[in-house]
Ligand binder design. Structure first.
Ligand code: SF4
Length: 419
C-alpha cells in the first residue's frame, strides 16, 4: 500500500495538538466527579482512537487516573478481519497495563447469523427494520455495564448506590462519538451512525445506553473526541499511537484497513462486514485493495446474499386480514415476514462456503483465518431449523410471499385476484 502523505506538518500538527488539549480539558472537567470509568469500544476507528488516547493520557499523568477503568469491547462476530485482529492485540496491550477488559457478545440465539439463519428474521435493511445495532451491540453492552455497576456497589461499603450521595459517584462511560469541528460549530449534534464517516454503535451508546435496564440513573456519558476531525483520528491511529512515547499501540492496522489518510477513503463508515445498511461496501473494498487482505474477497458475496434473502420467494407473507390485539385490522396488511427453511439453509451453506474459501486461501498464504460462523453457532442454526422455529407472530403455515393472493387493505376492502 502506498505510504500516507505527511499531512501533518506545521499548522495541521498544531491543530492535532489542540484537539488533544481540548480532550484533556474535557476529561479534567469531568474526572473528579467520577471514581470509576468505563469505555464502550467497538474496535472501529473512533472508539479505538478514544480508548488508546485515554489510556495514554492516564499513563502519562495528563489526566488523573480513576479508581477503576474498565473497557468493554463489543464483539459482534461481524467485525472486519483486520479490525478484529487489531482489537485482540490492543486488548493484550491494555491488559498488560492492568486495565480490566471485558469482551461483550450477544447471547448465542441473538447473534447476527443465528438470528437470521436460525430464527428466520430477515437481514436488517433500513432504519425501521434495524434490529441489529440494538441486539448485537447495545443490549449486550447494557447488560455488561449493569453487572460492573453492581460489582462496584457491592465492593463499596457493602453496597450504597452509584448515585453520588453516600455511595461511589456515578460511573463515567466514555464513548467514541465524534462530530468534527463543522458540526460542532453548527451545533448540529447528530448521533446517527448511518452517515458516512460514523462508527456504528457509538451514537447509540451515547444516547441509549444511559436508559438501558439496570443502567438508568447510574452512569454519565462523555465523548471526549467529539470535536476531533476524521483526519486527526487517522493521524492518531497511524502515526502517533504506534510510537513508544504515545503508548506503542497496535492501531496502525486499523488505519491501514480503511485506507489510512488517503482522501478517498477518509469517510469510511465503520461497522460489520457487508453491513446491509451501508450503500456500498466501502470499508471492505478498501481492505481488499491491500494485497495482504485480498484473500478476503469472497466476503463480497455477503451483501448480495442479504439482498437475495429478502426476496419474496424466500419469505412468508401474512395472507390478509391480520388484526391487532384490540381486534382492529393491522395497518400493514399482507406484510412480508420470515425466511423459509429452504432460504435459511441456502444462506447457511453460502456463508459456510464463503468462510471455507477464505480459510483455504488463508492456510495457503499463511494469513489469519476468518471466523464468521463457528461450530457452536452453526449447530445452533441447524437445531433451530430442525425445531421449526419461527419468529414471534408467525406460525409457519403462512404462504410464501410470491404466492398470488387477493389484495387486503387496512380499511377492510379486498381486491380479488384478476384471472
Ligand atoms: S454495522 Fe450494519 S449490520 Fe452491523 S450493527 Fe451496525 S447497522 Fe447493523
Amino acid at each position: 500500500m502506498a505510504s500516507a502523505p505527511d499531512l501533518f506538518a506545521g499548522s495541521q500538527r498544531l491543530q492535532m495538538t489542540e484537539s488533544i488539549e481540548l480532550t484533556v480539558q474535557s476529561m479534567q472537567a469531568y474526572a473528579h466527579d467520577h471514581d470509576h470509568w468505563g469505555m464502550a469500544w467497538s474496535g472501529g476507528k473512533d472508539s479505538s482512537a478514544t480508548v488508546t488516547l485515554i489510556c495514554w493520557l492516564i499513563d502519562t499523568g495528563r489526566i488523573p487516573a480513576p479508581r477503576s477503568f474498565t473497557v468493554f469491547y463489543a464483539d459482534t462476530r461481524m467485525e472486519l478481519t483486520p479490525l478484529a485482529i487489531a482489537a485482540l492485540q490492543i486488548m493484550d496491550e491494555m491488559r498488560d497495563r492492568g486495565i480490566e477488559v471485558h469482551v461483550v457478545r450477544a447471547p448465542l440465539d441473538k447473534r447476527y447469523f443465528v438470528y437470521i439463519l436460525g430464527r428466520g428474521v430477515p437481514p436488517p435493511n433500513n432504519n425501521t427494520l434495524r434490529w441489529c445495532t440494538r441486539q448485537i451491540k447495545i443490549d449486550p453492552m447494557g447488560e455488561a455495564v449493569a453487572r460492573k455497576l453492581d460489582e462496584i456497589e457491592r465492593n463499596h461499603n457493602g453496597g450504597p448506590g452509584l448515585d453520588g450521595a453516600d455511595g461511589p459517584k456515578p460511573f463515567l462511560m466514555i464513548t467514541g462519538v465524534r462530530q468534527g469541528e463543522s458540526a460542532m460549530r453548527d451545533r448540529r449534534i447528530e448521533m446517527s451512525c448511518s452517515k458516512d464517516g460514523a462508527e456504528c454503535g457509538q451514537g447509540w451508546y451515547q444516547k441509549t445506553l444511559p436508559e438501558a435496564k439496570g443502567v438508568r440513573g447510574r452512569i454519565a456519558t462523555l465523548a471526549p473526541l467529539l470535536h476531533w476531525r476524521v483526519c486527526h483520528v487517522w493521524e492518531w491511529l497511524k502515526h502517533w499511537a504506534p510510537q513508544p512515547q504515545f503508548g506503542d499501540w497496535s492501531t496502525a492496522m486499523i488505519a491501514d484497513a480503511y485506507g489510512g489518510d488517503e482522501a478517498e477513503e477518509i469517510n469510511a463508515r465503520t461497522g460489520c462486514i457487508g453491513c446491509p445498511l451501508a450503500a456500498k461496501d466501502m470499508a471492505l473494498d478498501t481492505i481488499l485493495r491491500n494485497p495482504a487482505w485480498a484473500y478476503l474477497s469472497p466476503l463480497k458475496g455477503l451483501k448480495p446474499l442479504y439482498r437475495e434473502l429478502r426476496l419474496a420467494r424466500n419469505r412468508l407473507r401474512q395472507p390478509g386480514g391480520e388484526r391487532r390485539q384490540d381486534g382492529t385490522l393491522a395497518k400493514n396488511q399482507q406484510r412480508m415476514g420470515p425466511l423459509t427453511f429452504e432460504a435459511r439453509l441456502m444462506g447457511l451453506e453460502r456463508v459456510l462456503s464463503i468462510q471455507a474459501e477464505v480459510n483455504t486461501a488463508a492456510v495457503r498464504l499463511g494469513r489469519p483465518r476468518l471466523d464468521l460462523l463457528d461450530a457452536e453457532e452453526e449447530a445452533r442454526i441447524r437445531d433451530l431449523i430442525a425445531g421449526k422455529t419461527w419468529p414471534d407472530g408467525w406460525a409457519g403455515d403462512e404462504p410464501t410471499a410470491d404466492t398470488p393472493l387477493p389484495a387486503y387493505f387496512s380499511d377492510g376492502t379486498i381486491q380479488q385476484l384478476l384471472v
